[in-house]
Design a protein around this ligand. Structure first.
Ligand SMILES: Nc1ncnc2c1ncn2[C@@H]1O[C@H](COP(=O)(O)OP(=O)(O)O)[C@@H](O)[C@H]1O
Ligand SMILES: [Mg+2]
Length: 229
């Protein structure tokens, strides 16, 4: 669906894809699933309801609520509800700053997506799932910033997911009805994994450079299998 800058644009692109799908064309990822995945909060709610570990997260429309959450959670991340590349996410410890940030977001009529900051190593894990298989995973390491997006300067390194992470990744992808996905997962220093988001249109330059695995090949195989069914 690309970069979206207005509701009309989102609705128009979604309608176009739905019309294609309704006319019998097989699309991957399916538009309904992409729509949900685009909304970070809506997708985390679905994951949580399926028993997948996610950070404490809220959407609020009051700066007082944002301030209260910053007080309760001590350190929070306020990020665009529908965003990517780490752009526009801020990490806040001061409740007054949370208040001001929330106020400015609300002044442009956007909801405030706020999440507990998860203490983690200087990296996160990008897990790439196609169909019901993990095709590979990488660490995204950033010593200069808490944002571990490749677009924010993170370096990549191959890693093998353990059984549990593999299970989390495959289940998250299927809960959201996605054919393929790139999950962002942090290793919580206080224990366990936490899924930050499930990307329905993940970039894979960094993944490809680190693993030499080309997701396109797996996505096409998956599509062919789906068409045969
Ligand atoms: N709650 C959090 N705790 C710790 N780090 C976070 C948190 N939220 C985001 N980050 C960091 O910021 C990066 C970008 O956040 P993410 O939720 O994946 O949004 P985006 O769509 O911008 O990639 C993550 O890869 C992670 O490194
Ligand atoms: Mg991300």
């Amino acid at each position: 669906m690309g970069f979206i800058s207005s509701t009309e644009q989102l609705v128009k692109r979604f309608d176009t894809l739905k019309t294609m799908e309704n006319s019998g064309i097989t699309l991957i990822n399916r538009p309904d699933a992409m729509f949900v995945a685009r909304d970070k909060f809506s997708s985390l709610v679905r994951l949580k309801n399926s028993g997948i570990p996610v950070p404490e997260t809220a959407v609020v429309e009051s700066p007082f609520e944002a301030m209260r959450l910053a007080e309760t959670w001590k350190e929070v991340v306020i990020k665009p509800l529908m965003g990517s590349l780490g752009l526009g996410a801020v990490r806040v410890t001061d409740p007054d700053i949370a208040f001001r940030v929330a106020k400015s977001i609300l002044s442009v009529n956007q909801p405030v997506y706020i999440q507990k900051y998860v203490r983690k190593p200087e990296r996160d894990i990008r897990v790439f799932v196609v169909g019901d298989k993990v095709i590979g995973s990488i660490y995204r390491i950033n010593k200069a910033s808490w944002k571990t997006n490749v677009a924010q300067g993170a370096l990549t390194q191959v890693t093998l997911p353990d059984k549990y992470l593999e299970e989390i990744a495959i289940k998250s992808t299927s809960v959201l009805g996605l054919d393929y996905a790139g999950l962002d997962v942090v290793e919580d220093l206080d224990g366990g994994y936490k899924v930050l988001e499930v990307n329905a249109a993940p970039l894979w330059k960094g993944f490809y450079q680190a693993t030499n695995i080309n997701p396109a090949k797996y996505i096409i195989q998956h599509l062919i299998q789906k068409l045969k069914k």
